[in-house]
Design a protein around this ligand. Structure first.
Ligand code: SF4
Ligand code: SF4
Length: 231
């Protein structure tokens, strides 16, 4: 549902600066200078029904867009919440692109870090077919060295590979770009999960769980219930 004008200060009807003119999904839009593409879309009164999750925090990866600027031959894949509107831009939202197959795994069964390379190969056998085309790097709106990370994982360097994916927002643009159907983002997520599962847990968390197990930290399951009204 479109936001009320009062809730969209970036689109004041008496914009002080000259408005920008751009096209988003075929709609000719006027946007206030400084507005993000998401703000420009909402400000134009268009319904925001898909391609949105965190509403501009840059963490959910849902607002994938292809952007072509005037004079540029190649479109760039970006996140609409992190990209400012510019005059003459042509923008198209990109639908969610799931991996070709689900990668099922049981982290609790992976207890031996010496077998990390075998686990990676078993869950992501496609990864070793990387053809070093750089498509994933070009697609990533977060500037992640995806190709390098995939190949680190293939070498069994799960820790290093996972670290490179630290700022991944699971937009799946690298999944769409990969001609070998490696699903790089999911490989990165797996590397991070496996690393965490095989690493010593943080000391304060261990202590807290022990306190709970010993009954020294009471968990009040009714804590979120409304309190009894005073008599
Ligand atoms: S690594 Fe892939 S899923 Fe993660 S932000 Fe980059 S393109 Fe998106
Ligand atoms: S897009 Fe796929 S094949 Fe190409 S470099 Fe990235 S992971 Fe390798």
């Amino acid at each position: 549902m479109p936001l009320a004008p009062a809730a969209r200060p970036w689109h004041h009807p008496r914009m002080s600066a000259a408005p920008l003119h751009l096209t988003i999904d075929g709609h000719a839009i006027e946007a206030a200078p400084g507005a993000s593409l998401i703000q420009a879309w909402i400000g134009a009164g268009l319904p925001l029904e898909t391609n949105v999750g965190c509403m501009g925090q840059g963490v959910c990866g849902a607002c994938r867009v292809l952007v072509r600027r005037p004079g540029e031959r190649i479109a760039q894949s970006l996140l609409a919440c992190e990209t400012r509107a510019e005059d003459g831009m042509q923008v198209a939202f990109v639908d969610h692109f799931p991996a070709r197959r689900a990668h099922a795994y049981d982290l609790s069964a992976m207890a031996d870090s010496w077998a990390a390379l075998d686990s990676l190969d078993a869950v992501f056998p496609e990864a070793k077919h990387c053809r070093h085309c750089g498509g994933c790097d070009a697609a990533c709106p977060k500037g992640i060295e995806v190709e390098k990370a995939v190949n680190l994982a293939v070498e069994g360097k799960a820790l290093e590979a996972g670290a490179l994916f630290e700022h991944c927002v699971m937009c799946n643009l690298c999944v769409a770009a990969c001609p070998e159907h490696i699903a790089p983002a999911h490989l990165g997520q797996f590397a991070r999960r496996m690393t965490a599962s095989l690493t010593l847990r943080p000391g304060d968390l261990v202590l807290r769980l022990r306190e709970i197990a010993q009954g020294r930290q009471r968990i009040d399951l009714d804590a979120c219930q409304p309190a009894e009204p005073p008599r």
